[in-house]
Design a binder for this molecule. Structure first.
Ligand code: FAD
Ligand code: FES
Length: 285
């Protein structure tokens, strides 16, 4: 029997960034902060991992950036459409304990992962400071939700159009200068996580990052998501995706992320050519 997962709500949040609520009770009832799902839109579709950004009853929310073929296809779907397969919840839960003061810091679409971690950290008795960074004010997402989830929310934009003028890493330095920070989560593009986690290294602050290598099965079978952490090979899908930031080999991660770029570009171009032809009435899939 074919099982389909109904999209309850779909909307654009910022340039190329979308949120989607999907009814998936098997995931919603077991999901925890830090975990992800793997979507396959249709039977011919590629499998893509997306973080579980929120849970409400039987539904989960994902927030994604349309960067290639599958996320562009996903962005074109609306409420009432369906997803063919959703596997999850996958990966380990965030290491939530009572640490004291925690900072949850997100860059760009990485901010999608923060509210669920912030709420869990607060529920565990921590004071939680949120730091959300974006290139400019129009790209900031989840500001109200983060305000509600954190004890304090700080904003930074690269161009100064809102909040602190500069990088989220600089705001983290300011927070560390004014008070003791016991634990930090940093979630965003690999380069941003690498640079920002250097801020906490010298101070010896426990710091987690959520790694985003290419994943295929998401269950530890294919090896595509291997990363080096503390000199050991780990599979991000089952050993992570969160790891001790100060032990991650980011150079290796970034090199592997670039491996399939020509194929990804080709795939997006073929998707656009196909959808244009369909709109012109030349082809009916
Ligand atoms: C655990 C995890 C959680 C993630 N959560 C989110 C999220 O919440 N929101 C979001 O926007 N993105 C998230 N990503 C990244 C997302 O999976 C990719 O953007 C997506 O797979 C791109 O597919 P595409 O066909 O649109 O683009 P493509 O053109 O195929 O690829 C564009 C880029 O996306 C990455 N990518 C491609 N295929 C995969 C794959 N199978 N697995 C992982 N990365 C891939 C590569 O860096 C690639 O260069 C997550 C990745 C991981 C590993
Ligand atoms: S995605 Fe296959 S081992 Fe992790």
């Amino acid at each position: 029997m074919t099982r389909l997962f109904r999209i309850e709500k779909a909307e654009q949040l910022a340039d190329k960034v979308y949120q989607m609520w999907v009814k998936a009770p098997h995931v919603a009832h077991h999901a925890a902060a830090g975990q992800f799902v793997i979507f396959r839109i249709d039977e011919k579709g590629e499998r893509i991992p997306l973080t579980i950004s929120a849970v409400d009853g039987d539904s989960i929310r994902v927030i994604f950036m349309a960067v290639g073929k599958t996320t562009t296809h996903l962005a074109a779907l609306s409420a009432g459409d369906s997803i063919r397969d959703i596997a999850g919840p996958l990966g380990k839960q965030s290491d939530i304990k009572k640490y004291g003061t925690c900072v949850v810091l997100g860059g760009g679409v990485g901010t999608a992962s923060l509210p669920i971690i912030a709420r869990a950290a607060r529920a565990a008795g921590n004071r939680v400071i949120g730091i959300v960074g974006a290139r400019n004010a129009s790209l900031l997402i989840l500001e109200d939700e983060m305000k509600a989830a954190c004890d304090e929310l700080l904003i930074s934009t690269d161009d100064g159009s809102k909040g602190f003028h500069g990088f989220a890493a600089d705001v983290l330095k300011q927070v560390m200068a004014r008070e003791t920070v016991d634990c930090v989560w940093i979630i965003g593009p690999a380069m941003m996580m690498k640079v920002t986690s250097e801020v906490t290294r010298a101070a010896g602050i426990r710091t987690y990052v959520s790694l985003n290598p290419v994943m295929v099965d998401g269950t530890g079978m294919c090896g595509s998501c291997r990363v080096t952490v503390g000199g050991e090979t780990k599979f991000a899908c089952v050993d992570g995706p969160e790891f001790d930031a100060h032990k991650v080999d980011f150079a290796g991660l970034m090199q592997r992320l670039r491996m399939y770029q020509p194929e990804e570009k080709d795939s997006l171009e073929r998707y656009h050519a196909h959808t244009c032809a369909c709109k012109g009435g030349d082809h009916h899939a």
